[in-house]
Write a protein that binds this ligand. Structure first.
Ligand code: BGC
Length: 737
């Protein structure tokens, strides 16, 4: 008996951190689960206090919306409740680094390479480091919610926000964003995944309806979110501006209640994109938990709806519980941020590694690259302000880089002009190239006049043309051609010098009418804080490129599923400060290609892409052999991978499956991969376990995944179009383990 009492006292002592505090505020007991703590706290809250947590405002001065008291000047603010120890929520954008739209005095952060560059690494461990930089810098600036996490599948190659997203394949996108978001939350910062769902174009984004069949939605667009959420435990999902199959994302019962909360069991909260809430009762009942940023619907109107019985108070409790349990689970209550200077060097080092692994070598005729540091006497560096920096993506993901904009220009006029300002990260390729080849004459030409650039190229051993395509939120590209006469520039330089190398800094794929005339092409995406150094390391072979394309590059726009982007017949009027969100046009984007997204489209339609998904060259070569396929309840595939060249390098070995014809799928889908580092002549057995979920199709009638019995074609190799190993995997039963 005595021992029992002692044991009981010991348990009590262990559970209670600080007895005084936990007796007055029992929810502060860290031994309880996040859900238990949220429930205890909820019991103490008045209806007004609950409603207070369900809507947030802008957090910097914005037309009509002055910055609220205490707000840190990020993108959003929800005042906490001091009497209960609930901290303020300070939200900040961070798709590719912490942003500074409101121009906080200490708001410069590490500009990471774009999410497409991150995804092109095919390296989940590096994605974790990418997220760690974001999480730390968010916390160091006092914020506790991060609004990055863009994960809409690339259905529209001209989309202005593809650089924030993770490419065209749901498994790759999910498996890269998962560790990124987990890393953010490991820093006690709540992460977010967005824009749920199918926010694939910016044109008329407030009114367009993304229409597609449920099977395609579940197998592609939503699967990217499902995997990302599962792998990260991310705390919030941001519903999108657009409608999906006719219903606004933020009042879409199917998306929010049925799929996200019921089928996936998501325990966190759904916040609306800024101005994406369109109703009170509808949205509340459909699963929206928090409105940003105008507080039109989830403030007093929500309270009235509860009082009138239109929204049950149990639903309000559910919304608040979701917010509080996430705050406890991620640690924003127990470990509030401490403001301190960011680790500039540490952030830049990660940015550089991501870029070095994310750059994709697209062409390298006659081993033009790597450049020799000693035998080249003169180099012409041309275009894209390569003397001072590298371009970055714009919009609400725009980072204010440490060191400032290397080539500042005034923002376009209008209240939303800040979304399209162009920022050049101050990492000069010219300087980095000069330091690689100190005895060579390295000269710069800005590229505005193709004839003068060609003149410099003619007088040089090698010409390196930096070409850019700026993309940003709130606009799509008119087409996939390089803007500003850069195709002419490249053609004229290539005509003047047979050793012309093109370095692309782009947010979307580009057409390359000059491809046959140049000797090498690097896709460097938006290169980030140390882009210049990373690119120079690759050009001179200090780093062997290992990036692989996370998106297909088409030969022409006619080869895309849609020749043009749906747009209103009369262009929407420019917003005024008075009317920031003029009524949108209710137009349709009909994604009739359904399951045939990206490489699935090119495969199914027998079209040759310019560069296929998964493609990327190296300065060494790899050979694949000895495919072994193990069927049964734990299917796996293994093969030998050998570095057959003379340099160390990394290969991302990819595994695709072709489902049995009865499944009605495009020819193949990515199911697994491994990035392997190999010294020259070394080889390794690569074993890839198959996840039956990723082999399945979505049965809309049963609302469930289904493994189709039959013979699966196995393809292994270095890209979706280069699979030297093929075989067959038999699946006997349709049961998912
Ligand atoms: C964007 C979101 C962003 C929000 C807050 C919106 O315009 O669509 O992605 O998180 O602004 O900055």
């Amino acid at each position: 008996m005595k021992t029992k009492v002692l044991f009981f006292m010991l348990v009590l002592a262990l559970r209670a951190d600080s007895p005084a505090q936990t007796s007055s505020q029992p929810w502060m007991n860290t031994r309880l689960s996040a859900d238990e703590r949220a429930d205890l706290l909820l019991q103490q809250m008045t209806l007004d206090e609950k409603i207070q947590l369900l809507h947030g405002s802008m957090a910097f001065d914005f037309p009509k919306y002055p910055r609220p008291e205490r707000a840190l000047g990020g993108d959003g603010f929800v005042p906490g409740i001091a009497r209960l120890g609930i901290p303020d929520l300070n939200l900040i954008g961070a798709g590719v680094g912490v942003t500074n739209l409101g121009k906080r005095p200490n708001g410069q952060s590490t500009p990471l390479p774009s999410s497409l560059a991150e995804t092109a690494t095919w390296n989940p461990r590096l994605a974790y480091e990418f997220g760690t930089v974001i999480g730390k810098e968010t916390r160091d600036q006092g914020f506790n919610v991060s609004l990055g996490g863009g994960n809409d599948i690339l259905r529209e190659a001209r989309n202005g926000r593809n650089f924030e997203y993770h490419g065209e394949d749901p498994v790759l996108a999910g498996k890269i964003i998962g560790p990124e978001l987990k890393a953010i939350q490991d820093q006690n910062v709540i992460a977010d995944i967005k824009h749920y769902a199918v926010n694939c174009q910016e044109t008329d984004r407030m009114g367009v309806s993304s229409n597609l069949d449920k099977r395609a939605l579940r197998e592609l667009d939503l699967l990217a979110f499902e995997i990302g959420i599962q792998e990260s435990g991310v705390g919030t999902v941001m519903c999108a501006y657009n409608r999906v199959n006719g219903i606004y994302s933020c009042e879409n019962d199917y998306l929010l209640n049925q799929v996200l909360k019921k089928d996936w069991g998501f325990p966190g909260w759904v916040m609306s994109d800024w101005g994406a809430t369109h109703s009170t009762v509808n949205a509340a009942l459909a699963g929206l938990d928090q409105e940003f940023y105008e507080s039109k619907f989830f403030s007093a109107p929500l309270k009235h709806a509860v009082e009138k019985g239109e929204v049950p108070s149990s639903r309000i409790d559910d919304m608040v519980h979701r917010i509080l349990r996430t705050m406890f689970a991620v640690g924003v209550i127990d470990h509030s941020p401490v403001v301190q200077p960011i680790d500039v060097k540490g952030g830049a080092a990660v940015a550089q590694r991501v870029e070095e692994e994310g750059v994709v070598l697209l062409k390298n005729a006659s081993n033009q690259l790597p450049l020799s540091k000693s035998s080249i006497h003169s180099i012409a560096v041309i275009g894209s302000h390569a003397d001072v920096g590298v371009i970055s993506g714009g919009g609400s993901a725009q980072v204010d880089p440490v060191g400032g904009n290397a080539f500042p220009t005034p923002p376009p006029p209008g209240p939303l002009g800040f979304l399209s300002v162009v920022v050049w990260d101050p990492s000069s390729p010219l300087r980095a190239i000069r330091s690689k080849a100190p005895s060579a004459k390295v000269e710069y030409n800005e590229g505005a006049d193709p004839a003068s650039a060609a003149k410099l190229a003619r007088a040089s051993d090698v010409a390196i043309v930096f070409a850019n395509q700026h993309t940003h939120e709130n606009a799509d590209l008119p087409n996939l051609s390089l803007p500003d006469n850069q195709d002419t520039l490249i053609k004229q330089v290539a005509a003047a010098n047979a050793h012309t190398i093109v370095v692309l800094e782009t947010g979307d794929p580009v057409l390359m009418p000059w491809l046959d005339q140049v000797s090498a092409v690097l896709e460097a995406w938006y290169p980030g804080a140390r882009g210049g150094d990373a690119i120079a390391n690759i050009l001179f072979g200090d780093v062997n490129p290992s990036g692989k394309l996370p998106i297909s590059f088409p030969k022409s726009e006619a080869d895309l599923p849609h020749a043009t982007i749906p747009a209103p017949s009369t262009p929407p009027k420019e917003p005024t400060e008075e009317e920031l969100n003029p009524p949108p046009a209710l137009i349709d984007a009909n994604y009739t290609e359904g399951l045939k997204v990206g490489y699935r489209w090119f495969d199914a339609e027998n079209k040759e892409p310019l560069f296929p998904f998964g493609f990327g060259l190296s300065y060494t070569s790899f050979a694949y052999s000895e495919l072994k396929i193990t069927s049964g309840s734990q299917p796996q595939v293994s093969f030998r991978l050998k570095n057959t060249g003379s340099r160390a390098g990394a290969e991302t070995a990819q595994l695709y499956l072709g489902l049995p014809p009865s499944a009605g799928e495009p020819p193949k889908r990515l199911v697994a991969w491994k990035k392997v580092q190999l010294a020259p002549d070394k080889e390794e057995t690569v074993t890839l376990k198959l996840d039956p979920r990723l082999m399945s199709i979505f049965n809309v009638e049963k609302n469930d995944w289904e493994l189709v019995p039959g013979d699966y074609r196995v393809y292994a190799g270095g890209s979706s179009r280069d699979t030297p190993l093929t075989g067959t995997l038999s699946v006997a039963s349709g049961k998912l383990p």
